[in-house]
Design a protein around this ligand. Structure first.
Ligand code: 5RP
Length: 245
């Protein structure tokens, strides 16, 4: 029997295989593919390499994914996202998934570019292992990362505390002293929810009104999610937004 860490890795691989199955039916030689960031996306890139190399080109959400693709010598043009108006299909991981298919993303600090690519995409597919799917109707389990302009950090911390919904914690590096710096030169503040987030769409907007907040890791189902593939060690569940509306 597969247990613990091995079962999570197995679940990620199963989800990545199924996502590849879904994506392979939707791509052609004209497709622009968007790729997110994280360990599950790396499994997806490996599992789906054959199909990925058939598309017209890819856009990626981080240096991490870019360097992974270069290391793996994928035979595919990688475009600057600014040069692409429409992405046909976007595939990414997530940190928390509710039953309403609202998501928390940004453990890898790539949330700003991830949201940009998701907003530009016609179809958004997220690939997660079973530990991410909470079975709850609201978001609550994982801190919400927000990307913050360094200069504005004090006002962001004060404004978040005033909302009374989160405990804000500046994210520090592990092999670096001080705050981590994103691919965009900003800081990340993790907001630990004090109570369930029952209206993620509204909270996302409220947080983005704070001076100095560039983006949040809340990906509201209603505007940024189409399909979530949840992997287990022995099966996969495909959750589609249409079926829950
Ligand atoms: C990075 C992300 C990742 O997609 C998310 O953290 C999932 O990562 P993993 O697949 O490694 O669990 O949002 O900013």
């Amino acid at each position: 029997m597969v247990t613990g860490k091995d079962s999570v890795e197995e679940a990620k691989k199963n989800a990545a295989r199924e996502a590849c199955n879904i994506v392979s039916k939707k791509i052609s030689s004209n497709t622009i593919l968007g790729l997110g960031t994280g360990s599950t996306i790396k499994y997806f890139i490996d599992e789906c390499r054959e199909f990925i190399e058939e598309v017209k080109g890819a856009v990626v959400s981080s240096y991490d994914t870019l360097y992974y693709m270069l290391e793996r010598e994928l035979d595919i043009p990688i475009y600057d996202p600014l040069s692409i108006k429409k992405i046909d299909i976007y595939v990414d991981g997530a940190d928390e998934v509710s039953t309403t298919l609202d998501l928390v993303k940004g453990r890898g600090a790539a949330l700003l570019r991830e949201k940009y690519l998701a907003l530009r995409s016609s179809t958004r597919v997220y690939v997660v292992d079973y530990t991410k799917y909470t079975g709850l109707e609201y978001l609550y389990k994982k801190p919400i990362p927000v990307e913050v302009i360094p200069f504005a950090l004090p006002i962001v911390l004060e404004s978040v505390r005033e909302l009374g919904l989160f405990t804000p914690v500046l994210r520090h590096g592990i092999k670096k002293d001080g705050p981590i710096v994103t691919d965009n030169g900003n800081f990340i503040v993790d907001l630990k929810p004090i109570k369930p987030i029952e209206d993620p769409f509204e909270i996302d907007r409220k947080l983005r009104l704070i001076h100095g907040v560039v983006e949040t890791g809340i990906f509201p189902s209603r505007e940024l999610v189409d399909v979530v593939v949840v992997g287990y060690s022995d099966h996969v569940d495909i959750l589609e937004k249409k079926s829950i509306e």
